[in-house]
Design a binder for this molecule. Sequence first.
Ligand SMILES: Nc1ncnc2c1ncn2[C@@H]1O[C@H](COP(=O)(O)OP(=O)(O)OP(=O)(O)O)[C@@H](O)[C@H]1O
Ligand SMILES: [Mg+2]
Length: 381
Amino acid sequence: MTAPVLDVDALLDDRDVRILVCCGSGGVGKTTTAAALAVRAAERGRDVVVLTIDPARRLAQSMGLSELDNTPRVVDDVDTRAGGSLEAMMLDMKRTFDEIVLDHAEPGRAQQILANPFYQSLSSSMAGTQEYMAMEKLGQLRRNEAWDLIIVDTPPSRSALDFLDAPKRLGSFLDGRVIKILAAPAKAGSRGMFKVVSAGFNIVTSVVTKVLGAQLLKDVQAFIAALDTMFGGFRERADATYRLLKNPETRFLVVAAPEPDALREASYFVERLSEERMPLAGLVLNRVHRSAAGALTASRSAAAAEDLDADADQDPARQVAAGLLRLHADRMNLIAREQRLAGRFSGAHPGVAVGEVRALPGDVHDLAALRAIGADLAFTS
Ligand SMILES: Nc1ncnc2c1ncn2[C@@H]1O[C@H](COP(=O)(O)OP(=O)(O)OP(=O)(O)O)[C@@H](O)[C@H]1O
Ligand SMILES: [Mg+2]
């Protein structure tokens, strides 16, 4: 089954596309793809900002990001002759959370909240916080209007769906009803309250409850009282950003490695996007293998290696040749397996455009390698 080809340059040149979100399961190349697309789009003339999450240190350095400061920085060394530009930033989850508090609470209260130990634990440990904060930051960047294309990386999670589920999960926790129960322990009873707290934050073990119970209870109440006025805003923002993801100016790219688990996750994600009517640009199949000697099949190569071995006269040149033929056979088998897996994905999702990126020999941590990835992806079209 041949899939439609992902036309990356047409996507990057489309001025109606303002947001590109790179999703996928853990370790498949989301951050790398986001950075590579950002460099390519900027060098094709767009004013781009890329929001990366937890980039490898060397990749961050190559984009001029040495510290987590939560603000976009201009990436030098990008070719601006086409009139574009590139800024990059790393998401600082804690600081993004702090900024929301500062924006929404009255000054005296904001400091109270930021200093509250319960807040400090919540802002870094709650499941889904990173996903939510990535969306929050995306909303902020979009409102800023300083860039005509925002490329978003998504947090490392096992499932690509976590990114889409986070606002709902966090939103329902922050929902008024739960807050009311928390804020009114006298009515709900303190045991009920701890049940809700531990379900949400998973930090209240029974030992901690015994030892620190009273203090924690006080902190939670203080926290809730201080935040009370803020929650409506929180929820509204989550909803607004979620709507942004459904907007026709947004496109999703699902990144996957040519492996069964990653492609299964990509399948779930594609189905979910279609249920939610969120616009999918296509699948990026990252780290695929190719061979310049594709005309020599695995079986012929393996057979030739066997012939050479059968003639074994201890001739080192023959031994080397047999070894190389065997390596080639392995490589051809791997390529065939990857193509089978990709074919299965496309069979299940015939309308989804696919672009491929070669597995480079080393890690990707400089602009030259990012350019090579962008070119590779565009070259498939
Ligand atoms: N096409 C490629 N060729 C060679 N190495 C690659 C390629 N794509 C990504 N890598 C390397 O694979 C590693 C994982 O890539 P990356 O960090 O982009 O994945 P990720 O999906 O963002 O991971 P996480 O889920 O942890 O955020 C990095 O070391 C990166 O340099
Ligand atoms: Mg990443």
